[in-house]
Design a protein around this ligand. Sequence first.
Ligand SMILES: *Cc1c(COP(=O)(O)O)cnc(C)c1O
Length: 352
Amino acid sequence: MPESYIKRILNARIYDLAVETPLEEAPVLSERLKNTIILKREDLQPVFSFKIRGAYNRLLHLSPEQMNDGVIAASAGNHAQGLALAAKHLGIKATIVMPKTTPAIKVDAVRARDAKVVLVGDTYDEASAHAKTLVESKGLTYIHPYDDPEVIAGQGTVAMEILRQHPGHIDAIFVPVGGGGLCAGIAAYIKYVRPETKVIAVEPEDAACLKAALEKKRRVTLPQVGIFADGVAVAQIGKETYRVIKDTIDDAITVSTDEMCAAIKDIFESTRSIAEPAGACALAGLKKYVEETACEGQTLIAIDSGANTNFDRLRYISERTELGEKREAILAVTLPEKPGAYKTFCRDLGKR
Ligand SMILES: *Cc1c(COP(=O)(O)O)cnc(C)c1O
């Protein structure tokens, strides 16, 4: 089954818009983790995430009529920006439906690429439902953020570049998973061309829709999803992406918010660039893998998938980093509401 994707990936003509991003070693991390740690810098794409690959490849497969009628998507995130830029490049009208609660910075980023923004509802689901009605009433083509073979193939070009840029042995590649488009494309390619290289999916522990599906052996919808890593905050893994991923990946692991924050700092120290939480998710998984398997001397690659974060967010991230690195901890104590309780507490602490 990966074979059909290999052809699509090799035929993806995305390079008049997307760039071949660098594959860079992170020397500080390599030394600390006693393995060769390499980052695939997808944060350096024109829209600061890999989403431009899938969106552009999908648009290139539209019929002339579809191109003429225009496209639509529901997204407040990186897919919206990738699609808006790809559509502008091809002269296609793009409509992006977003919840009314979307921060102005994201609305502006999409408008700046000449896409039409429609603000509807309070949640992504309401925006998405409205987008579907516009598909029917206006004849627009819906461009899915991950559950589409041409989107998956576009994202799969990341793997093609990695193997070309690093012809030597690779022990494992760590991939962040939201709806699974990036992971499906990468895993399909790697398992066909270089099956001995492990592909390891990484999700936040409070948005682990792939892990839940693998455990239940069917797609499930998580009742609740943590939105800290908004790029991968998806409640249900895609249908086509799951079909591909379940037979191609070697493992699926989860990471905490603090671990992602610590990985953002690692990326900063190695590259002086700032990843968004989803962008650092794969590196957090890589670090966990090294810790749990105690491997040494291996060549491990993490996808640095994006850099679209609000500047305000950095304060929170830098605070959490110390916890993620286990250098600092916050302890909470409940004292009984009676005289002398605090004194007893101090005595109990003693010289510590
Ligand atoms: C979309 C996105 C992901 C997850 O990709 P999927 O194809 O949905 O699994 C990871 N990181 C960033 C920065 C993203 O924008």
